[in-house]
Ligand binder design. Structure first.
Ligand SMILES: *Cc1c(COP(=O)(O)O)cnc(C)c1O
Length: 387
């Protein structure tokens, strides 16, 4: 049977257990579906898993980045150093919070922020550094935090890909300043939509708690519970970024399954590495020398268009015609019209990020993917490259 006769293989698909489905149904029948006991439970479970004193669940990681940056009370012209090789939300939230995104180029093999370039980007206006653990591979955090301490900067780790990631034996979220995780369906665990801020800073945690729900000093489920008072105070103009219990019902079970998901993702990623070794059409990712556990959110080789006889977009189309889904994570954010026009970024600013942006493709990778599915991906590629 050829790929053309087979069912479409998506690039990502969430694995939702029967227990998770039952928990969602139980939540729906319980009479309490918005923020309440299940979110509390999920936050406790997250604190235990990542090893942090504060975990605050939200509607998305974008909401988390927005609130954390808002809590920093940036003044016009304040700068946040980040990476162009990320999802747009990383830079968008800097702008939404009133800041100015300053990018540094990435390393060619890991696609992570090149920490050696960060200090040169620090100015009198720099307030924070926002690294992204690309695909679940940790950024080199020791030298990054050294720079942050030296210049008195906050560090907001965009850990959207990195729940379960470890740096030198320590879980992302168990140390450092602030981490923001995503539970979007494509990410390593999901609540439908959802995200979470983790920190060790009590003041920041309390600011985020306030800002995520209207700036109210007490949460709704306390007020409407048997023991609650009907009164609340508004102490800041807040947002409406609270996670629902329906979402947390999923999250509680996804978190239990997470390490199993990462194990399977790792097997598949290493198998891709093995199967694609030596192909002139591809440049594969490189591993850093420091100790780490990769969460393998994405498997993202770079196409070599000269050797492959086609560019990345033609490759993606050819795979789609062969019933294989692929993803594009990401085009370099500094090249989008808004960022070119408002911040003067242009092609040539960050050559490593631009080369990755032009050539990167996400191959199918998800926990329920079989070796047979993966063999179909490889067969489709062979067929495509033969033409
Ligand atoms: C997915 C993603 C986000 C946003 O996460 P949401 O939960 O969808 O808001 C932010 N940064 C990066 C790097 C991401 O991949």
């Amino acid at each position: 049977m050829t790929n053309k006769d087979q069912e479409f293989l998506p690039f990502s698909r969430p694995s939702i257990s029967q227990e998770a489905i039952d928990e969602v149904v139980a939540c729906l029948k319980s009479g309490w579906i918005t923020t309440g006991p299940r979110v509390r439970q999920f936050e406790e479970d997250l604190k235990t898993y990542v090893g942090a004193p504060y975990a605050l669940c939200l509607t998305s990681a974008t909401a988390g980045l927005h609130l954390v940056l808002t809590a920093l009370r940036l003044k016009p012209g304040d700068e946040v150093i980040t990476t162009p090789m990320t999802f747009a939300a990383t830079l968008n939230t800097i702008v939404l919070a009133g800041g100015r995104p300053v990018c540094v180029d990435v390393e060619p093999g890991t696609y992570n922020m090149d920490v050696a370039r960060v200090e040169k980007a620090v100015t009198k206006r720099t307030r924070a550094i926002m690294p992204v653990h690309f695909a679940g591979l940790p950024v080199d955090l020791d030298p990054l935090y050294d720079i942050a301490r030296k210049h008195n900067l906050r560090v907001i780790e965009d850990a959207a890909h990195a729940i379960g990631t470890e740096y030198k034996g320590k879980r992302i979220g168990s140390f450092g300043d602030i981490q923001v995780f995503s539970f979007h369906p494509n990410k390593n665990m999901t609540t439908g939509e959802g995200g979470c801020v983790v920190t060790r800073d009590e003041q920041l945690a309390s600011d985020v708690a306030l800002l995520r729900f209207h700036g109210m000093d007490r949460e709704a489920w306390n007020r409407f519970g048997k023991s609650g008072s009907q009164h609340y105070e508004i102490v800041a103009p807040g947002y409406k970024y609270n996670m629902m219990d329906i979402q947390a019902a999923l999250g509680i079970h996804q978190l239990k399954a997470l390490d199993g998901f990462i194990r399977r993702r790792t097997e598949l990623a290493l198998r891709y590495h093995e199967l694609l070794q030596g192909w002139p059409e591809w440049t594969l990712t490189a591993a850093p020398a420091y100790g780490h556990r990769h969460a393998w959110h994405l498997y993202t080789p770079l196409i070599n268009p000269d050797r492959a006889g086609r560019d990345r977009d033609a490759f993606m189309l050819g795979m789609k015609e062969r019933n294989i889904g692929t993803g594009l994570h990401y085009r370099a954010v500094h090249l989008y019209p808004y960022y070119r026009e408002h911040f003067g970024f242009k092609r040539g600013n960050f050559p490593n990020a631009e080369s990755i942006s032009d050539r990167i493709v996400s191959l199918p990778l998800f926990p329920s993917m079989t070796d047979g599915d993966q063999d179909r991906v490889i067969a489709a590629m062979r067929d495509l490259f033969r033409q």
